[in-house]
Write a protein that binds this ligand. Structure first.
Ligand code: ZN
Ligand code: ZN
Length: 79
């Protein structure tokens, strides 16, 4: 599962006035690109495309990450 450069040909322009997912664009996490593609799978790397924003999960992940930083930071900053 690696980027073969095919996704560039399907690259989606940033829509004006609406979200990317709303206008039918899909996000490939492997290629790190938004593409205009009907299928569920990336035509480039074959990875499952994201069709909906997952704001809640994304925020939860961020929170979990910052919590981990809080735990690990004291150990690093101890002198
Ligand atoms: Zn790609
Ligand atoms: Zn891809």
């Amino acid at each position: 599962m690696t980027c073969k450069g095919i996704c560039i040909r399907h690259r989606a322009q940033k829509p004006v006035g609406s979200g990317r997912y709303v206008s039918g664009q899909r996000r490939c996490q492997i290629c790190e690109i938004f593409i205009k593609w009907e299928g569920l799978w990336c035509p480039c790397c074959g990875y499952r495309l994201r069709t909906k924003p997952r704001n809640l999960k994304y925020k939860a992940k961020l929170r979990a990450r910052s919590r981990r930083v809080e735990i690990t930071q004291p150990a690093i900053t101890v002198r």
